[in-house]
Design a protein around this ligand. Sequence first.
Ligand SMILES: Nc1nc2c(ncn2[C@@H]2O[C@H](COP(=O)(O)OP(=O)(O)O)[C@@H](O)[C@H]2O)c(=O)[nH]1
Ligand SMILES: Nc1ncnc2c1ncn2[C@@H]1O[C@H](COP(=O)(O)OP(=O)(O)O)[C@@H](O)[C@H]1O
Length: 188
Amino acid sequence: MEGKLIIFSAPSGAGKTTIVKWLLEKFNDKIAFSISASTREPRDGEVNGKDYYFITKEEFLHRIAKKEFVEFEEVYSGTFYGTLRAEIERIWMEGKAVIFDIDVIGGLHLKKKFGENALAIFVQPPSLDVLVERLRGRGTDTEEKLKERIEKAGKELAYAEKFDVILKNDDLDKACQEASELLLDFLK
Ligand SMILES: Nc1nc2c(ncn2[C@@H]2O[C@H](COP(=O)(O)OP(=O)(O)O)[C@@H](O)[C@H]2O)c(=O)[nH]1
Ligand SMILES: Nc1ncnc2c1ncn2[C@@H]1O[C@H](COP(=O)(O)OP(=O)(O)O)[C@@H](O)[C@H]1O
């Protein structure tokens, strides 16, 4: 059985996690979040099995060998992130569409794999400067981690055109409203 997928991708700091969480509250009868596996440390307030499945690198590599991932990537040097096939199937079995908060390359991989069943949305910040401000404001990363995210963000902004839709995230309320219209239209 194959259901639908709604993919939110963007450089770190663009606002995709915020928008995805908003949609999950509003449409919890229609969509569920694909919890990725990650080898990064949990941030304050993050919960294992809710935000991510936080696992060791050893376990991650073991799961790659067992072909448990639909896609995975070493998103930041030494830190792996991946989408588990079982996670997608679990959500489809509940009769819901799967919603993703995933990096740009991972998002494009999923789109290629699932074609018409997937809607790929690129969340676009007003500018790179604003994105840097948001990342700093979030206060979750060390200077070194920030630098890595900002460097990657510069490159990722160039991929926007490859997505089905570009969603501007200038005013957050407006972006959430637009996201919910896109979602309802796609799930019709
Ligand atoms: N390819 C891939 N990327 C993922 C996955 N899960 C999360 N990511 C992305 O990895 C990047 C880093 O995520 P995170 O450490 O939570 O930091 P943030 O983007 O700064 O909030 C983000 O772009 C996520 O969207 C996944 O399963 N696969
Ligand atoms: N439209 C917006 N205006 C101002 N701040 C925003 C907006 N969208 C998100 N933010 C803030 O920017 C930071 C990064 O957002 P987040 O959702 O974590 O991004 P991402 O998941 O893409 O890395 C967070 O602190 C969030 O509250």
